[in-house]
Design a protein around this ligand. Structure first.
Ligand SMILES: [Zn+2]
Length: 151
């Protein structure tokens, strides 16, 4: 694992991304916050925003950065969407259901997948992590641990 801070970082924290300007940075930050591609790239500067969105998506997929993962809420089948900085859902008609522990980093660790939450330091002193055989099963294991902790 790299030595970068154990928390969500934004475009301005990465010189390579920041150098690309505010629209690329805006797309990057949208992906980090969990905004879907089609929402993040609507309107003006859509190509620059798309470039930033994909740059973040690649860093998320390869476990380089923290991001907001929309975990299941209230037995609802929909994952909801980001609206004005908070999460909302049309299926169950609620909002504000996101949790601080949704901020995660997902990495391949040998043949296993590992999910760690913000503030994670190591396996000895931290308790906000989980492993799984697949990316999805690691996320599910992490959610059940964190739901149990905060219940
Ligand atoms: Zn819902």
């Amino acid at each position: 694992m790299s030595k970068q801070p154990s928390k969500i970082l934004y475009a301005q924290d990465f010189p390579r991304i920041a150098a690309c300007g505010p629209h690329v940075g805006g797309g990057f930050n949208s992906r980090v916050q969990g905004v879907e591609f089609y929402s993040a790239t609507r309107g003006s500067h859509q190509f620059e925003r798309g470039e930033g969105w994909y740059a973040a998506d690649e860093m998320i997929a390869t476990g380089q950065i923290y991001f907001v993962h929309p975990f299941p809420h209230k037995n609802c089948r929909s994952s909801g969407f980001v609206y004005g900085g908070t999460w909302a859902c049309n299926e169950c008609r609620t909002d504000g259901f996101q949790k601080p522990w949704w901020n995660v980093r997902v990495m391949k660790d040998g043949s296993a997948w590992c999910v760690v939450g913000e503030g994670f330091e190591d396996l000895q002193i931290s308790d906000n992590y989980a492993f799984g055989d697949t990316r999805e099963s690691a996320l599910e294991a992490y959610a059940s641990i964190m739901n149990a902790k905060t219940a």
